[in-house]
Design a protein around this ligand. Structure first.
Ligand code: NAD
Length: 269
């Protein structure tokens, strides 16, 4: 059986990589793709846009047509587009895989609502390595305890629009979970000027931007007399596209519900 994949945000950096990865994958094909109505590339073949030659799928401007044509829709767009895509998943029952980061409460609520009637998976990072790192960070935070200060460091390419990265926030949540606390009460997202000493129990974040860095993350546990660092470096954004296709093939025939990348990768406890 071939799983029909639809791509919203098909003309973006990740959208194009998804087209390339899906076309190369066994058991998957691109059924439809769309981007914003003001895209200069509307009507062009999405395979050509992805640099792999024509695949007979023109770039459209209607997300509804993508949901109608696909078994699973992949969304790497912007948070502002998510409410509509979640509504379409809910109305059609089509599975929805979301990689978009920078979501606020309204967008996560829309995904929760969609998950009542469709299989939905949101993951701020689709790589195997990062999802394994999340479990390691939670275990390390639990084992080391509050004497070890936790700092999350990330660097991404110059085009990235949100900060800290969705992955850095997920690492912070994993560290907080390991300590049995909520990230919102402990996170320190920026420091400047006379900050005073470090607040006990704080989970700090530092963000770097530049060049074409696909995604570097490190979680530092700084304790008395030693420092433990757990990290991950993505050398290509292709790793996220490969992970997305693996997740889409896993998700397309699941019952309605909210799933995580850990479920796909067998890392759920
Ligand atoms: P990008 O700007 O290159 O692409 C986004 C695309 O979405 C653009 O083509 C844009 O025109 C399109 N778009 C915007 N609104 C739309 C709408 N309403 N309908 C259809 N298309 C719409 O960005 P990118 O680098 O591809 O990243 C996209 C998102 O994916 C970001 O949030 C980024 O942080 C995230 N990301 C996640 C992972 C992961 O593994 N989860 C990996 C890389 C990037």
């Amino acid at each position: 059986m071939t799983v029909k994949i639809g791509v919203v945000g098909c003309d973006g950096r990740m959208g194009r990589m998804i087209v390339k990865a899906a076309t190369a994958a066994d058991g998957a094909e691109i059924a439809a793709g769309c981007d914003r109505p003001d895209s200069a590339d509307l009507g062009r073949d999405v395979g050509e846009l992805a640099g792999i030659g024509p695949i007979g799928v023109p770039l459209g401007d209607a997300a509804a047509a993508v949901f109608a044509a696909a078994d699973v829709v992949i969304d790497f767009t912007v948070p502002g587009a998510l409410a509509e895509h979640a509504r379409l998943a809910r109305d059609t029952g089509t599975a929805l895989l979301v990689g978009t980061t920078g979501l606020q409460a309204a967008e996560t609520a829309a995904l929760d609502a969609a998950a009542e009637r469709a299989a939905v998976l949101w993951a701020p990072n689709m790589s195997l390595g990062v999802n394994l790192l999340l479990t390691l960070v939670e275990r390390a935070a639990a084992a080391l305890g509050p004497d070890y200060d936790i700092e999350v460091l990330e660097m991404h390419h110059r085009h990235k629009a949100d900060a800290p990265s969705g992955t850095a926030l997920a690492l912070g949540r994993a560290a907080a979970a390991g300590r049995g606390v909520d990230l919102s009460g402990t996170a320190v997202y920026a420091r400047e000027g006379q900050t005073g000493p470090r607040r006990p129990g704080a989970i700090g974040f530092a963000t770097l931007r530049g060049g074409d860095v696909a995604g570097d993350h490190a979680v530092i546990f700084a304790g008395p007399g030693e420092r433990l660092e757990l990290g991950h470096r993505a050398s290509s954004r292709e790793v996220f596209a490969q992970g997305a296709i693996k997740a889409a093939l896993w998700l397309h025939d699941r019952p309605p519900g909210l799933y995580a990348m850990a479920d796909v990768l067998g890392l759920s406890s």
